[in-house]
Design a protein around this ligand. Structure first.
Ligand code: NAD
Length: 349
């Protein structure tokens, strides 16, 4: 039985307490928040769970084997590092930390103590994303040309991080997973309208090898809620709309370029308009799937898909995108598979 402590009882913490409490192989033994009202509300709902107002009370009492960090991003590193140093497996809300240096430090501490470090990139455990990845792996879509993703809503507005760090980790994690590679460069524009130092709207472009492209548009300042991703392949196209009943649709549509060049080439493109189908998805609550995957990785002693390295890859893209955002959409190079931002190589455009 794995004993779990959940730190941070804002929006996500209580959901994580619920999921871990419903699982057979683990038990939530402690919860922590600085806000006493939140602590009381939670322990009223889950009697028997020990409340703590400080992180150290949870880490030092020998009542947990693993901790869940669901506090604001700027606090992730300090809390996760303290947990790993106490020999506790650690599950961290996305993004793993506020910088790639912090992520590397956490990965090092986890490895030094042979502990599991897990990041909550929820969509990688969801049925629609698994289906998209299968469609790509099975060659159904052909070669992927580009993936574009839109994540919009009116709020919730955050003050601790901009829309890029708040919303885009989802899109970036999905795109890297689908393409199976890291970008070679990124550029990002945005608008800080409500608060001059926090961008509300961001447009991120990810450049991959073989001219593949990722496009991400995120905003908490939009009249519509939209969660849509399009994957355009050389054979077929797929659209994942997270707000629809039938979340994934595959379109047998495309444009075939003429095999030879000609002055009239434009007129020789052949447009394909074929069937559209919606594949069956084995739907389950992604949050539960994630919690189960964390517990499995702790029990089996092997790393999960969304381990520290996966978390680092996403933070490296966010960091490079942030650098671009603050340098007028400059192209920021990343070091291919290793994903090291090379800020000295920034070219102003
Ligand atoms: N995976 C997802 O889908 C998703 C979505 C949104 C947010 N998030 C991430 O989840 C994390 C938490 O987000 P949220 O919306 O639940 O935040 P929140 O602001 O609603 O709650 C954070 C809680 O942490 C507590 N806290 C802060 N510092 C603390 C400390 N040192 N010790 C004890 N308690 C402390 C606060 O009192 C608060 O109750 C963030 O990192 C965010 O990026 C993940």
């Amino acid at each position: 039985m794995i004993r779990i402590g959940v730190i941070g009882l804002g929006y996500w913490g209580p959901n994580l307490v619920r999921c871990f409490s419903e699982m057979p192989d683990c038990k939530v033994t402690a919860v922590c928040d600085r806000d006493v009202e939140r602590l009381v509300r939670l322990t009223d709902r889950f009697p028997g769970v020990r409340p703590a107002e400080t992180v150290d009370e949870v880490l030092d009492a020998d009542i947990v084997d693993a901790v869940v960090v669901a506090t604001p991003t700027q606090t992730h590193h300090a809390i996760a590092a303290a947990a790993l140093d106490r020999g506790l497996h650690t599950f961290v809300e996305k993004p793993l930390a506020a910088s790639s240096a912090e992520c590397r430090d956490l990965i090092r501490r986890a490895a030094a103590n042979d502990l599991r470090l897990f990041v909550r990139h929820v969509f990688l455990h969801s049925a629609p994303v698994r289906k998209l990845r299968d469609l790509i792996d099975e060659g159904e879509l052909g070669d992927v040309c580009y993936v574009s993703s839109t994540r919009l809503n009116l709020g919730p507005v955050r003050h601790d991080v901009n829309a890029l760090w708040d919303l885009a980790p989802h899109d970036i994690s999905i795109i890297l997973h689908l393409l199976g590679e890291q970008p070679t460069a990124v550029s990002c524009t945005g608008l800080a309208h409500l608060n001059r130092s926090v961008h509300d709207v961001c447009n991120l472009t990810l450049h991959f090898g073989n001219d593949k492209l990722g496009i991400v548009h995120v905003s908490w300042l939009d009249p519509h809620k939209k969660r849509e991703m399009t994957v355009v392949g050389t054979k077929m196209m797929a659209v994942y709309n997270d707000l629809q009943q039938e979340k994934v649709k595959v379109y047998n549509k495309g444009i075939d370029a003429p095999s030879h060049s000609s002055d009239f080439g434009e007129f020789q493109y052949s447009y394909r308009y074929g069937d559209t189908y919606s594949p069956w998805l084995h739907e389950s609550e992604p949050l539960k799937a994630e919690c189960a995957e964390f517990v499995r990785s702790v029990v089996d002693g092997d790393d999960a898909l969304t381990d520290g390295t996966n978390g680092l890859h996403i933070v490296q893209v966010l960091e490079a995108a942030d650098a671009s955002l603050h340098q007028g959409a400059a192209r920021v190079e990343l070091d291919g598979g290793v994903m090291e931002p090379q800020l000295e190589a920034v070219v102003h455009v």
